[in-house]
Design a protein around this ligand. Structure first.
Ligand SMILES: Nc1nc2c(c(=O)[nH]1)N=C([C@H](O)[C@@H](O)CO)CN2
Length: 123
């Protein structure tokens, strides 16, 4: 059987939050940057040209902004896992890859973070 994989992506989603393990980090807001690849069969949306048949990247973006900006985290791992759970449970996304960058965390111009994949790529 032919394998196909469609991906809706969101890149460079910059969200201000409070994140870090150090005392001084718990009192500041700083950006994290999310890059997302979200498996979503686009066939129906492509045929109907209707947003109700698509994975709405605007709705996903708004939900993640709300979650990340209104909570505090110690670890990038915790933030990444929280986002992945929302994407899977609330948007029914069967597979995703999420990259979370905490820019400048260990020095100017240095990117650090995590990349996680969750779920099954095909059914
Ligand atoms: N694996 C991780 N390592 C570190 C984290 C983290 O969230 N995950 N965080 C820090 C500090 O908060 C750092 O970003 C700022 O000094 C260190 N290591």
């Amino acid at each position: 059987m032919e394998f196909t994989l469609d991906i809706v992506f969101i890149r460079g989603l910059r969200i201000e939050t409070t994140i870090g393990i150090h005392a001084w980090e718990k009192h500041i807001r700083r950006p994290v940057v999310l890059d997302l690849e979200l498996a979503s069969d686009i066939a129906r949306a492509a045929a109907t040209d209707r947003i109700v048949d698509a994975l709405d990247y605007e709705a996903v973006t708004q939900r993640l902004i709300r979650e990340v900006s209104s909570n505090r985290f110690e670890l990038v791992e915790t933030l990444a896992e929280r986002c992945a759970t929302i994407l899977r449970d609330e948007f029914g996304i069967p597979w995703l890859r999420l990259s979370l960058n905490k820019p400048g965390a260990v020095g100017e111009g240095i990117d650090v973070g995590v990349i996680i994949e969750r779920g099954q790529r095909s059914d």
